[in-house]
Design a binder for this molecule. Structure first.
Ligand code: BV8
Length: 238
């Protein structure tokens, strides 16, 4: 099945890659379907990645992000990330990356203009709108820093469940999806919206790259059962 898809890549003047956690699995980043470990083993990501969870237990949720940040600092982009970036270098403006991932690995592989739909785990922001007094205090391990005057907390600059996606990135991704001839949906269970909805709203052909079945398989033109690091070099390298 890979040969027709290679031809679709050659024929497409506009391509979108919509990536999820499986894109980074071969870099050693656990996916969201993978069981949480340690202190968080009893929680589902949907329960931890929320404002409510953070307000209820800032230290526990903050610790989860600190441990994920430390793990992401130790990993590298994989052959799938590099195949996408190399294609973008060879064909400027022809391939757009819209990612659900917060690990920054597409950017570290050299992809330009990555649409980070769910933010970036390496960045922080204020939990409540910052006041004139809000100055970032010391980041003490185990708890988020807070403004010494008003107690405003620092939080990871990611999109939590129940929060709106960044409007500019989402609009750009919707525009790219509407205009592309081909969308490669790589390493996502297709469960989380509105990101997964991009695969259903595009006018182009849609191809899923995933070793397992996904929620999107019923609505796409082809499913390539395989991994990101194995399939993307085959599809994108001339
Ligand atoms: C929103 C950042 C509007 C945080 C993430 C009630 C109220 C409000 C909203 C909702 C609601 N009920 C439902 C919703 C919508 C909700 C949603 O979709 N929930 C799901 C669980 C049903 N969405 C939202 O809340 C979004 N916002 O709707 O706002 C709104 C606002 C206010 C009020 C009303 C409406 C925000 C969603 C963003 C959440 N943040 N991340 C953090 O990282 O901590 S999402 C997070 O989970 C990831 O970023 C990722 O997007 C998602 C996990 O999905 P995947 O990427 O697919 O990963 P997964 O592990 O599931 O799958 C991995 C896949 O890879 C598997 O298929 C596997 O087979 C495959 N794989 C494995 N190895 C490989 C591989 N593939 C290729 N190669 C390999 N080697």
């Amino acid at each position: 099945m890979i040969e027709p898809v290679r031809q679709w890549v050659r024929d497409a003047s506009r391509i979108v890659v919509l990536s999820g956690a499986g894109m980074s699995a071969e870099s050693g980043v656990p996916t969201f379907r993978d069981a949480q470990t340690g202190l968080w083993a009893n929680f589902r990501p949907e329960e931890l990645a929320t404002e409510q969870a953070f307000r209820a237990n800032p230290a526990m949720v903050w610790d989860w992000y600190v441990s994920r940040r430390r793990m992401i600092e130790r990993v590298q982009p994989n052959a799938g990330h590099f195949a996408i970036a190399a294609f973008q270098q060879r064909h400027p403006g022809r391939l757009t990356v819209a990612t659900q991932n917060v690990d920054g690995l597409h950017q570290r592989a050299g992809s330009p203009g990555v649409l980070a739909l769910h933010g970036n785990i390496a960045d922080d922001r204020w939990l409540d709108p910052p006041r004139a007094c809000c100055r970032q205090g010391p980041v003490l391990d185990g708890s988020p820093s807070r403004c010494a005057t008003c107690g405003n907390l620092r939080r990871p600059a990611v999109v939590w469940f129940g929060e709106m996606l960044p409007a500019a990135e989402l609009a750009a991704a919707e525009e790219a999806a509407a205009r592309c001839e081909l969308m490669l949906v790589v390493g996502t269970s297709g469960v989380v919206y509105p990101a997964a909805g991009l695969a259903r709203s595009t006018r182009g052909r849609v191809v899923v790259l995933n070793p397992q079945p996904s929620e999107l398989d019923d609505a796409v033109d082809a499913v390539l059962a395989g991994t990101a690091a194995a399939l993307l070099p085959q599809l994108l390298e001339e």
